[in-house]
Each structure stands twice: as C-alpha cells, then as structure tokens.
Design a protein around this ligand. Structure first.
Ligand code: CDM
Ligand code: ATP
Length: 320
C-alpha cells in the first residue's frame, strides 16, 4: 500500500508590540518578572512545514541573512520540542521548514518567537496531533517568553516572565506606523542595560496597568496614546541614542504617540486612524531617521493555518 504524504501546511503569524511593559525584579532563574499588554500586528511571517527526506530550515525575506538555519533557529527548536512531546524521533524529525520573513530580525517584535509558534501550529496540523491550545501553550513557553502570545494573538495581558497569557477586551482596530532601524538589538543585552541603569539611578517606570485596560476597552486611541509605556525604552535608547530622534520625528509627523517596541530598536507610532497612519508614514520616511517605514494595524489573530494560495498582505512599505 502506498503511504500518503500529507500536503505542506502554511501558517501566518503576526508580530507584536507591547502597549505596556512593566519590568519587575530579576528572578533567581535570571528572568525579570513582567506585567505586559501585548497587541498583535498585521506585519507577518509565513511559515510552511512539510514532510521531507532532507530535514532543515530555509529562510527568505526581511533580514533573512541574519537568521540561523541550523539548530539555533527557534522554528527548528520548535520542531524538536514538539517531536519530543508527541513521541516522534526528536533527533531526526523528517520535516522541512520554510520561513518567509516580514518581521524584522532582532527588532523587538518577536519575529523568532512568531516563527516558533507558527511551526507548532503547522506541525500539529501536519502530524494530525490531538493536542489542545493549552498543551501547545506549554510547549511554546518552553521555547521562549514571547512564544505563547504569538500562538494567541489579539490583545492580551502577559505575566510571569511574559508567558502567562490572558485575553484583554479590546473593541477597536488601532493603526500604527513602524519605523525599522538599521541593525537589531539583542534582547538579553537590553534587559542587562536596564539592570545597569537601575543600579546607577532611577530610570522611568510605567504606571499602573488598569488605565491601559480601560482605554483598550473603550477603544479610544487618543486615551491609549497617553498611556503607552515601556520600561525597556530607556535601556534601548541608552544603547541606541539615535532612537530619541526617531521617536520625536514620528510625533512631529502627526502620530498620537511613539514607543520603542519591546526590546527595540523598532519604534511603533500609534495614529488616530488609517489615513493618518499613511500620512505619518510618508512624512517619517522622508525624515532620515530609520531604514524603512510600514503601516500596520492591530489586533489580528495569532498563528493560523492559511491556504497557500491566500495572498499575503504585505503592509505598505516606504523606504527612508
Ligand atoms: C522584550 C520582550 O519581547 C517583551 O515582550 C520579551 O520580554 C522577550 O521575550 P523573548 O525574546 O521570548 O525572551 P526569552 O527568549 O524568553 O529570553 C531571552 C532573554 O531575555 C531576558 N528576559 C526575557 C524575558 C524576561 N521576562 N526577562 C528577561 O530578563 C533574559 O536575559 C533571557 O535570557
Ligand atoms: N526564526 C527566527 N527568526 C528570526 N531570528 C531568529 C530565528 N531563530 C533564531 N533567531 C535568532 O534570534 C535572535 C533574535 O531574533 P528575533 O527576531 O526573535 O528578535 P526580537 O524580535 O528582538 O525578539 P523579542 O521581541 O522576542 O525580544 C537573532 O539573533 C536571530 O539570529
């Protein structure tokens, strides 16, 4: 009897911005205790998983040259982790992963975590695993703090080291402009810089999370803009002082507010509506303060299977 080889599965996965990122103390395991509100954005990666005789990872698109294709790729670690969980051969899973990147590498938008989450969803489908979203979430948390949210998508509160996720009521689509930087920032280095700054003085800390939740529930972009906050911003700016100019330029261009996304160096600008976002992007792209500008919106769904012929919505791109 001929074995039927399952068709490749493609998963689309969003990026994220932290609307609120409160960084607490360092724990014994080296991670910081967090209270954060994630929002998924329409800037996506596509990940295709297929059964193959030659296992491995291939990466195309935005920043592909900087992404490892060996066992260090977070998507490959997801293959190994899920194979182990499902009792498959974790030393030699016969799987090929193709990553088409739209999310900037080391940009503070959880690109690697997104690919890991997408791989888990793709493989669960390819291998026809009887596995719940909660179980996938447990495997995701073992891969990285941001991975569970990338499965989830939408708008959510993350606690613990960021891996414990509960959905947040958000009534509105928010419009953002993203400013990609030249080069990335390594997440551990940014947390380390925050520890250093806190050892030497008192860098700003974000306020309470409740008003942010209220602004999200009411869908008021202007109110939300006043409340955006990221404890890692001072550290990212300390490592990349040029980000100060980028943040100022976005607001001068008409954004309601600007923030460093996660550990940076991407800056995210909240705009009043979709038309404003296009106007801000055009002006920001001429200001010479970043590499590329994109217009996106959020929240959007987390990692989900798509038809291979479903066109990939590439956010408008403006080269600075
Ligand atoms: C900056 C954020 O993107 C905000 O959502 C995340 O906190 C980073 O999440 P991530 O990239 O999935 O991070 P992980 O792969 O879990 O950890 C990478 C490194 O970041 C630092 N890290 C991360 C999360 C956390 N709560 N505390 C930390 O100190 C640690 O040095 C850790 O070794
Ligand atoms: N699939 C992947 N895509 C991108 N980077 C990857 C991937 N796998 C491993 N990496 C490596 O992980 C590092 C961080 O990549 P990533 O793009 O996830 O950063 P980030 O978006 O700043 O992360 P976060 O926002 O979660 O802190 C880079 O050094 C990159 O080489």
């Amino acid at each position: 009897m001929l074995a039927v080889v399952p068709r490749p599965v493609t998963v689309r996965v969003p990026s994220k911005v932290n609307l609120h990122l409160a960084v607490g103390e360092v724990r014994k395991d080296g991670f910081h205790e967090l209270a954060t509100i994630f929002q998924s954005l329409s800037l996506t990666d596509d990940v295709t998983v297929a059964i193959a005789d030659e296992p491995g990872v291939e990466v195309q698109g935005e920043g592909a040259a900087a992404v490892p294709t060996d066992g260090a790729n977070l998507a490959w670690r997801a293959v190994e982790e899920l194979a182990r969980y499902a009792g498959k051969d974790a030393d030699e899973p016969k799987v090929r992963v193709l990553i088409r990147k739209g999310i900037p590498v080391s940009g503070g938008m959880a690109g690697g975590s997104a690919d890991a989450a997408a791989t888990l969803v793709g493989l669960a489908n390819l291998w026809k695993l009887e596995i719940s979203r909660d179980e996938l979430g447990t495997v995701a948390a073992a891969l990285g703090s941001d991975v569970p949210f990338m499965l989830h998508g939408g708008t959510a509160l993350g606690t613990g080291r960021g891996e414990r996720i509960v959905p947040v009521l958000s009534r509105h689509t928010f419009h953002w402009v993203l400013a990609f930087a030249r080069g990335g920032l390594a997440t551990p280095k940014v947390y380390g810089e925050l520890d250093r700054l806190r050892g030497a003085g008192e860098p700003p800390r974000v306020g309470a999370v409740e008003p942010v939740l209220e602004a999200l529930a009411s869908g008021d972009a202007r109110q939300l803009a006043l409340l955006l906050g990221n404890d890692l911003q001072a550290a990212a700016v300390s490592l990349r002082p040029g980000l100060r100019r980028t943040l100022r330029a976005g607001v001068s261009a008409g954004a309601l507010a600007g923030i460093v996304s996660g550990s940076g160096p991407t800056c995210a600008f909240l705009c009043a509506d979709a038309d404003d976002a296009v106007r801000v992007a055009a002006e920001l792209s001429g200001a010479g303060v970043c590499r590329t500008v994109r217009v996106v919106h959020g929240p959007v769904p987390g990692a989900r299977v798509v038809n291979d012929d479903e066109p990939r919505p590439l956010p408008p791109q403006v080269h600075a």
